[in-house]
Design a protein around this ligand. Structure first.
Ligand SMILES: [Zn+2]
Length: 158
């Protein structure tokens, strides 16, 4: 792989939606278009300097993407470890910097957004409250993010 570690960007094939979400939680810019055609996906990866992630041997053999990882596992957790091993990435210091649904980098939510968009119970927490400028989702630390952090810490400690 010829990209610096921090700048590694990915294009996940249509079957790898859950893997894409995990990579985004770690902060990696990961494109995932559910109904994209194989040729278009390879072209996008080449154009944007992305490492193509796929389980489709045929795609790799016939379309020959410049940088790709052929995954073997059907489990998103195992796939994440396969990508980590192949691309020399791992646990990152800061999780949840990027929207796990649409891949847009998150920004601090404004006071007004917190007041209007965060449920009362969550608003009592310290935050940080983050807003996705792409799809409008609000993220805050809670049991869901704690659970995801634990999954990642366990995966990468093995
Ligand atoms: Zn979003």
């Amino acid at each position: 792989m010829d990209y610096p570690k921090a700048e590694k960007r990915f294009a996940a094939d249509a079957m790898l939606g859950r893997l894409a979400r995990w990579l985004r939680v770690l902060g990696f810019d990961t494109v995932h278009i559910p109904d994209v055609d194989d040729h278009d996906l390879v072209a996008l990866a080449e154009r944007e300097g992305r490492i193509l992630l796929t389980r489709d041997r045929h795609l790799v053999t016939y379309l020959r993407p410049r940088n790709s990882v052929l995954l073997t596992s059907s489990s998103p957790h195992e796939q994440l470890l396969e990508v980590a091993e192949a691309c020399d990435i791992g646990m990152t210091k800061e999780l949840f910097t990027r929207c796990m649904v649409c891949n847009t980098p998150l920004r601090q939510a404004t006071e007004q957004e917190i007041a209007t968009l965060v449920p009362d119970k969550a608003r009592a927490r310290k935050g940080p409250f983050l807003r996705c400028p792409g799809c409008g989702r609000i993220y805050w630390p809670g049991s869901h993010t704690r659970r995801m952090r634990r999954v990642l810490e366990t995966l990468f400690s093995e």
